[in-house]
Write a protein that binds this ligand. Structure first.
Ligand code: HMG
Ligand code: MG
Length: 298
């Protein structure tokens, strides 16, 4: 069966904008987040408190967050380490996300650490956040394939998921960072996680659409009981530290499919498309989302 309701974790303002070549003005980011909230999205990942030299596109986190903090939505932010957590807590963030890697190559490229060194870096972040009553998401990148290492063995992914759960993460997001997953692989990973006692309600999925498989992969995950799906308005996105990563699953494409399946998301598709068209104008190129193009005649 399929779930009656799906929670969309909107990542356009973070995963989307972290990958733009030119810096988007803080004002435009704030307006983007406001419009996403107006369109009915309730979890809007806002920015990252990472090293500004590593991701200059999000170096304005301190300026952005206070401008949107009044919105009646959840605004999770990425924090790689205690320094990032300090910055986020100082602004009143109530939801943070750490981001681990299933592969050594990406852990090195993205965090300058081995997989286990990165986990050790997250441990005090998670325990301090939990002690403050702050919700913690644990991302896991390269769950299916890695640009340097190729296909990633399922047990390798399960091990890091287990570590994130044991550390105290409230939810996990399984990342197909470079978009190479296919539905059978998704089902195999979710089955293995169940066998390892990682509870499905704590699992979200995070698909990039490089090979056009993101919706098919999402459907496989929904059939398996997953109810949290990451998506990016207009299909913006990618990761600057993973070559060949393209945009995330477009939120509009997801909402179109879910609406057809009778699954409630609370999102107003017309308003969301208008938001992505507005953002595409700011970025100077059309949205790659098929649904945005179909509904806006872009
Ligand atoms: P490092 O160079 O090893 O840092 O980078 P360090 O710990 O050695 O510290 C060096 C200096 O940086 C120190 O300053 C720190 O204070 C400072 P100094 O004492 O030398 O003056 N520093 C910071 N400053 C501000 N904020 C901070 C911070 N931390 C240290 N938080 C580090 C290690 C983790 C910091 C770096 O690798 C980093 O920032 N990486 C972030 C990369 C990133 O954001 N990638 C994109 C997000 S992940 C993604 O997109 C995948 C996802 O979408 C899921 C999927 O698709 O798979 C989530
Ligand atoms: Mg991503």
């Amino acid at each position: 069966g399929l779930p009656a309701r799906v929670r969309i974790h909107e990542v356009g303002a973070r995963d989307g904008l972290q990958n733009e070549k030119t810096a988007v003005p803080t004002e435009v980011k704030a307006e983007f987040v406001r419009r996403l909230a107006d369109a009915g999205l309730t979890t809007i990942e806002a920015t990252s408190f990472v090293h500004p030299k590593w991701v200059p596109q999000l170096a304005d986190a301190e300026q952005l967050f206070p401008r949107i903090a009044d919105l009646p939505v959840d605004l999770p932010v990425l924090v790689p380490n205690e320094r990032g957590l300090d910055r986020a807590l100082a602004l009143g963030a109530r939801r943070v996300a750490v981001f681990a890697s299933a592969t050594e190559s990406f852990a090195k490229a993205n965090l300058n650490r081995t997989v286990d060194e990165a986990l050790a870096m997250f441990e005090p972040v998670v325990s301090r956040a939990k002690a403050e009553g702050v919700h913690v998401r644990g991302y896991l990148s390269m769950c299916f394939g890695d640009p340097w290492e190729g296909p990633v063995p399922v047990p390798q992914v399960v091990r890091v998921c287990r570590a994130l759960v044991d550390m105290g993460c409230d939810e996990l997001s399984l990342g197909d960072t470079i978009g190479v997953a296919t539905p059978g692989h998704v089902t195999a990973l979710l089955t293995a996680l169940n066998a390892a006692d990682v509870p499905t309600p704590a699992l979200g999925v995070h698909f990039h659409d490089t090979y056009g498989q993101a919706l098919a992969n999402t459907l496989a995950a929904l059939r398996h009981g997953v109810t949290t799906v990451d998506a990016s308005a207009g299909g913006l996105g990618g990761c600057p530290y993973a070559k060949s990563a393209t945009g995330n699953l477009a939120t509009e494409d997801l909402v179109w499919m879910l609406r057809g399946l009778g699954i409630d998301t609370g999102v107003d598709l017309g308003r969301l498309v208008a938001t992505s068209v507005w953002m595409a104008d700011r970025l100077g190129r059309p949205s790659p989302s098929r649904t945005v193009r179909a509904l806006s005649h872009q």
